[in-house]
Design a protein around this ligand. Structure first.
Ligand SMILES: NC(=O)C1=CN([C@@H]2O[C@H](COP(=O)(O)OP(=O)(O)OC[C@H]3O[C@@H](n4cnc5c(N)ncnc54)[C@H](OP(=O)(O)O)[C@@H]3O)[C@@H](O)[C@H]2O)C=CC1
Ligand SMILES: O=C1O[C@H](COP(=O)(O)O)[C@@H](O)[C@H](O)[C@H]1O
Length: 506
């Protein structure tokens, strides 16, 4: 992939430049944008943190990150040298006002030498408790007030609940205009997630059947095989509902369920998405009891190795009642989706890493083929696999070759592998480039975040008030608690799972 559209001169201020996210995601993404000629000629990356680095030792840290985490493997020496000329480290503490003056003079230095006034992107890759102080201090040194010039990228989590999300929005909106605020949700940058828009709105075929008349139910399943890894401290105060459902899963659901936008403008797309959230049915006590399930993993065996239970993970309270699995049944109260259940589930330490949207269509009105067994009969299903396989499959019934009329389900498959030769960019590449271009389509607007919190608050509150749940209730390497199967089985359905390929088998 080689670019021919250049952004304006740009300065990336990476608060938390010495942290895990910068090392694993942000710097490798910027490096790839540079390799693919998307970076402007004049750009600077200013890494910020308290650790005692100089420019050279900081660059060494980042090179290590690229070599380990970049999608193209180790950096080529000359390319890295060209790229790293743009990197500077500024030792600074976000709480120290004097350090913002240093930031300001560093920026002034670039401005004086460059051909054009640069865009300044403040990327907040720090713990959320620092978001307010950074925003306020940036305002004090006038690094926030120019709408055309300064942008702020806010990492997740955006708030811990509805109240804190509202407070953060009020604070940010007191300093920045909405068109300067980029609330990141990295799922929206994934190639396959963006493709939902193309699939639905660039093909005439699907729109007529994309509704309650033809669709029986929808599933969105984001299962992970990893545990909480080294993020136990954060995760234990969060849980699956906050960590995955409130943001990534609801954003994906919006793309599946939204009405056709009239154009591809950021505001239009975001308006249509927020319409879905507004139409989603609120959870009352009965819905919480019957339509939600939570779980927590115990120890188990993964690929022949013993893994710890959640309560034994580092940073986790040994008596923790935080959920590592959540499954919910949602309804959207509008004309298109009335009475179509949307089942979502997510969990850690599950049997397979797979993010899948499965859309099951209604059965044929009358079956003319007698004697078909239940194994050979599958209602039409559209499976959009977000990752790791990137594909869209349409399951249809076909006649099995033979002398009798025996049917079986077959897949019509579009797989990214084998269709496209160019490599798929990482979500952060797309999102950082959009932030540079000033395109907010794939970022969450303030009202979207609040509406999503509003929807899940009753569930969070109910789960947090009822501590008597008997956790752990699923073992590592399983498909989650049995009650999650029951949630969907009582409606006559099953969770769809991707067939495990030979190479993936344990
Ligand atoms: N890591 C990931 O995969 C993901 C992270 N996120 C989000 O990104 C953000 C960062 O996460 P992550 O990188 O994992 O966290 P880390 O703990 O790895 O990094 C935290 C960063 O904050 C800096 N920092 C801490 N205190 C101060 C201070 N007083 N002044 C200046 N800098 C400070 C640290 O620098 P130093 O110690 O040098 O001061 C470090 O660079 C969080 O909001 C997280 O939720 C979101 C999705 C995924
Ligand atoms: O935001 C998060 O996402 C990751 C999963 O992201 P993916 O791109 O690997 O699917 C999840 O592991 C993490 O807990 C959560 O904070």
């Amino acid at each position: 992939m080689k670019a021919n559209i250049k952004s304006k001169p740009t300065i990336f201020m990476i608060f938390g430049g010495t942290g895990d996210l910068a090392e694993r995601k942000l710097i490798p993404a910027l490096y790839h944008l540079f390799l693919d000629s998307y970076m402007p000629k004049e750009f600077a990356i200013i890494g910020l943190g308290r650790t005692d680095y100089n420019d050279d030792s900081f660059k060494k840290l980042l090179l290590g990150g690229i070599n380990k985490f970049s999608r193209s493997g180790k950096a080529e020496k000359d390319k890295w040298e060209d790229f790293s000329k743009h990197i500077t480290y500024l030792k600074s503490d976000v709480n120290n006002e004097a350090d913002y003056k240093k930031m300001s003079s560093l920026i002034d230095g670039f401005e004086k030498e460059w051909s054009e006034t640069p865009i300044i992107i403040h990327y907040l890759a720090v713990a959320p408790n620092f978001f307010p102080i950074i925003a306020s201090n940036l305002a004090k040194v006038k690094l926030a007030d120019d709408c055309d010039r300064t942008r702020i990228v806010i990492e997740k989590p955006f708030g811990h609940d509805l109240q804190s999300a509202k407070e953060l929005n009020v604070l940010l909106k007191g300093i920045f205009a909405e068109n300067q605020i980029y609330r990141i949700d990295h799922y929206l940058g994934k190639e396959t997630v963006q493709n939902m828009l193309a699939f639905r709105f660039a093909n005439a075929l699907f729109e007529p059947i994309w509704n309650r008349n033809y669709i029986e139910h929808v599933q969105i399943s984001v299962t992970e095989d990893i545990g909480v890894e080294d993020r136990g401290g954060y995760y234990d105060g969060s849980g699956a509902l906050r960590d995955m459902v409130q943001n990534h899963i609801l954003q994906v659901l919006c793309l599946v369920a939204m009405e056709p936008p009239v154009n591809f403008d950021a505001e239009e797309i975001r308006n249509r998405k927020v319409d879905v959230l507004r139409a989603m049915r609120q959870f009352g006590p009965d819905e919480i009891r019957f339509n939600t399930v939570r779980g927590q993993y115990s120890e188990g065996w993964v690929k022949g190795e013993k893994v710890e239970g959640y309560r034994d993970e580092e940073g986790v309270d040994p008596e923790s009642n935080t959920e590592t699995f959540a499954a919910l049944k949602f309804f959207i109260d509008n004309w298109r989706w009335q009475n179509v259940p949307f089942y979502v589930r997510t969990g850690k330490r599950m049997h397979q890493k797979a993010s899948i949207i499965s859309i099951q269509f209604k059965d044929v009105p009358h079956l003319i083929f007698p004697n078909q067994s239940s194994e050979s009969w599958q209602q039409n299903r559209l499976i959009i696999s977000i990752q790791p396989e990137m594909s869209i499959r349409l399951q249809v019934q076909a006649k099995r070759p033979g002398l009798d009329m025996t049917l079986n389900p077959v897949d019509m498959v579009f797989n990214y592998d084998g269709t496209y030769e160019n490599e798929t960019p990482e979500a952060y590449e797309t999102l950082l480039l959009d932030a540079m271009k000033g395109d907010q389509t794939l970022f969450m607007r303030g009202d979207q975040v609040e509406t999503a919190w509003d929807l899940i608050m009753p569930v969070l509150e109910s789960w947090e008030s009822k501590k008597s749940i008997s956790f752990p209730n699923y073992s590592a390497d399983s498909w989650g608690p049995e009650t999650a199967e029951a949630l969907i089985a009582k409606d006559g359905f099953h969770w769809f799972t991707m067939p495990i390929k030979k190479a993936d088998k344990k």
